[in-house]
Design a protein around this ligand. Structure first.
Ligand code: ADP
Ligand code: MG
Length: 254
């Protein structure tokens, strides 16, 4: 039995003449944390976005929990899923962005219940009860009625994490979740992510926080120029990198 939560196979993606993913292969096992490192422009965000089908791949394929992302197989043929089916697949994957992307006109509580009520048609009362638990989990029980602009960046990002968890996703994707934060607020967000990791949530985290990678990652992936240069446990990739490009990158961020 396979325990792969994510399989990425030979994925290529170009924007015009710019090839951004040049044949990416990646496996993420259920319950594991994968940290993706790499210079700006190396394709990290695009890789996350293809896993969520926010970007279509040009070739190759991706599965999440054994299901093809964005396509349905029939015999030897692949058929593109309709938008509605894509949206349904997407509800099983949580995405946390660098800039939080909260709805500014909704309270914290309403941000967290929006997707369960609108997308999953959960009864509002059940969604509120679940949201209250999630807000407690990220340490924001007292902010349920606040609006995003009344919160610090660290608090907004913790709301964004609660909102992602509200769909009970199989997989969580984080795209530089602490890059937009003042340094003193980074720790509170990383602590929430560490807590999720300890509870067995499968996630892929793009970050430049090497200490976090060393502590939390099962696998560290180093990307450069649209390809995975090396991957392995933190003790290998961070402390004994085999490739010159990995060493050069680490010497800049450490
Ligand atoms: P990273 O997250 O590692 O910084 P990205 O995946 O965001 O890298 O981007 C990789 C390359 O693809 C960059 O050169 C970027 O400018 C380009 N790119 C990303 N998205 C688009 C897009 N929608 N249209 C055109 N170029 C894009
Ligand atoms: Mg990026």
């Amino acid at each position: 039995m396979s325990t792969a939560m994510v399989e990425v196979r030979s994925v290529h993606k170009s924007f015009g003449s710019l090839e951004v993913l040049r044949g990416v292969d990646l496996d993420v096992r259920a319950g594991e944390v994968t940290v993706v490192l790499g210079p700006s422009g190396s394709g990290k965000s695009t890789l996350l976005r293809t896993i969520n089908h926010l970007e279509k791949v040009d070739s190759g394929w991706i599965t999440v929990d054994g299901t093809l992302v964005g396509y349905r197989r029939s015999g030897d043929k692949l058929y593109e899923l309709r938008e509605r089916e894509v949206l349904k697949q997407r509800t099983q994957i949580g995405f946390v962005f660098q800039n939080f992307n909260l709805f500014p006109h909704l309270t914290v509580l309403d941000n967290v219940i929006e997707a369960p009520v609108a997308a999953l048609k959960r009864p509002r009362r059940d969604a509120v009860a679940a949201a209250e638990k999630l807000l407690a989990r990220v340490g924001l029980s007292d902010k349920a009625d606040a609006y995003p602009k009344q919160l610090s960046g660290g608090q907004q990002q913790r709301v964004a994490i609660a909102r992602a968890l509200a769909l009970e996703p199989k997989l969580l994707l984080f795209d530089e979740p602490t890059s937009a934060l003042d340094p003193e607020l980074v720790g509170e967000v990383l602590d929430v992510i560490k807590d999720l990791a300890a509870s067995g949530t499968t996630m892929i985290v793009v970050t430049h926080e090497i200490g976090f990678a060393r502590e939390v990652a099962d696998t560290v992936v180093f990307m450069d120029d649209g390809a995975i240069v090396e991957q392995g446990p933190p003790a290998e990739v961070l402390d004994a990198p085999r490739h010159e490009r990995t060493r050069a990158f680490l010497s800049k961020v450490l």
